[in-house]
Design a protein around this ligand. Structure first.
Ligand code: PHE
Length: 346
């Protein structure tokens, strides 16, 4: 082949390659075509083999044409590649686009059980008066749950607590948090300001106001010169923090073997404000806890000298405190784990 023929063939190859590059649909396809024209065994190489057959003086001229053609083909492929990349990116972006108007998937958020939350609130209020949380065991011994609290084995006051016994001699499920008083007195020197939240157990027929498992928070203060007035002032502060400033309160005589004197602490009816309604049995008052001055015998069992120290104690049912706070009328709701009930306390 002569110079003119070879040049024509190179130009034809260029034109074809440029058209093929522009027509490729994807970058993959484009890459395959590029190899086909410019690769080591590509069509340009094949055409250039013809140079050897030309006279020596024509070879540089064909070389120049060949360089031009090669550059033109390269350029055509580069252009095509950049166009295809832009288009492919746009397609991918469209396919992977996040629809910001799609409604989110709800996160199932947990929350504290209303009883636990109420116990925490009680501890927080007394915590502001320097009371520190202690814990006692749920399986107690008879000595601590009863005898050291001035409740001897045959004492009729044991009838106040319908006890669940366990298979270990002299052990039972604590019927109240009061044994914690003894444990704190054994582990801490006065002055003592202790809070004992915990689960308690009684053998009860379950109904709207009785449960076999329930929570109490016990309080104990022991110091020199502690008086009933201190108890009253503290409980007033508690009632006001829990149920609202200015709520009227009262002490009523009560009976517990481990306190003397003993009282019931009432707050004005939260439903009628004191005028009398079915919620307070027309008395105008609601009892929220039991309390009293720690019996000297109990101080002695706790290893504390009753001549030098006085103390008061109080104990409240957390479910009752929560009922009054939230207007719940049935204890069983707390144990049923029905989310329709629990989710109202978030
Ligand atoms: N332990 C008593 C009860 O379960 C409550 C109480 C505690 C009363 C402390 C007086 C002092 O009913």
């Amino acid at each position: 082949m002569d110079l003119a023929g070879l040049t024509r063939e190179l130009h034809a190859l260029r034109d074809e390659a440029v058209a093929v590059a522009a027509g490729a649909a994807t970058t993959d396809e484009l890459g395959a075509h590029e190899l086909d024209y410019l690769g080591k065994k590509g069509r340009l190489t094949v055409v250039l083999r013809g140079i050897g057959a030309l006279p020596a003086e024509d070879r540089p001229k064909v070389g120049a044409v060949a360089n031009e053609v090669q550059a033109a083909i390269r350029l055509a492929f580069e252009d095509a590649r950049s166009t295809l990349r832009t288009r492919e990116l746009a397609i991918r972006l469209a396919a992977e686009a996040v629809d910001v108007t799609t409604p989110g998937r709800p996160l199932r958020r947990g929350s504290l059980h209303p009883i636990i939350e109420t116990a925490a609130r009680i501890c927080e209020i007394f915590g502001q008066f320097g009371f520190v949380v202690h814990e006692g065991p749920e399986v107690e011994d008879d000595l601590t749950n009863f005898q050291m609290l001035n409740i001897p084995p045959d004492h009729p006051s044991r009838d106040l607590w319908d006890t669940l016994y366990v298979d270990v001699e002299n052990h039972l499920l604590r019927t109240h948090t009061s044994p914690g008083q003894i444990r704190v007195m054994h582990s801490t020197k006065p002055p003592i300001r202790a809070l004992l939240p915990g689960r308690c157990f009684r053998y009860e027929a379950i109904d709207a106001s009785h449960a076999s498992e329930f929570f109490q928070v016990e309080g104990l203060m022991v110091d020199e010169g502690t008086t009933m007035g201190d108890l009253r002032g503290l409980l007033d502060q508690f009632a006001h923090a829990m149920y609202g400033a200015g709520k009227r309160t009262r002490f009523r005589p009560g009976y517990y073997p481990f306190t003397e004197p003993s009282v019931a602490f009432d707050v004005e009816c939260l439903v009628c404000g004191g005028s009398g309604c079915p919620a307070c049995s027309r008395t105008g008052w609601m009892t929220i806890l039991g309390a009293g001055m720690v019996h000297p015998v109990v101080l002695q069992y706790g290893g504390i000298d009753p001549e030098r120290y006085q103390g008061f104690a109080f104990g409240m049912g957390v479910e009752r405190i929560a009922n009054l706070r939230h207007g719940v009328g049935d204890l069983r709701l707390y144990m049923e784990n029905d989310l329709r009930f629990l989710e109202q306390f978030r």
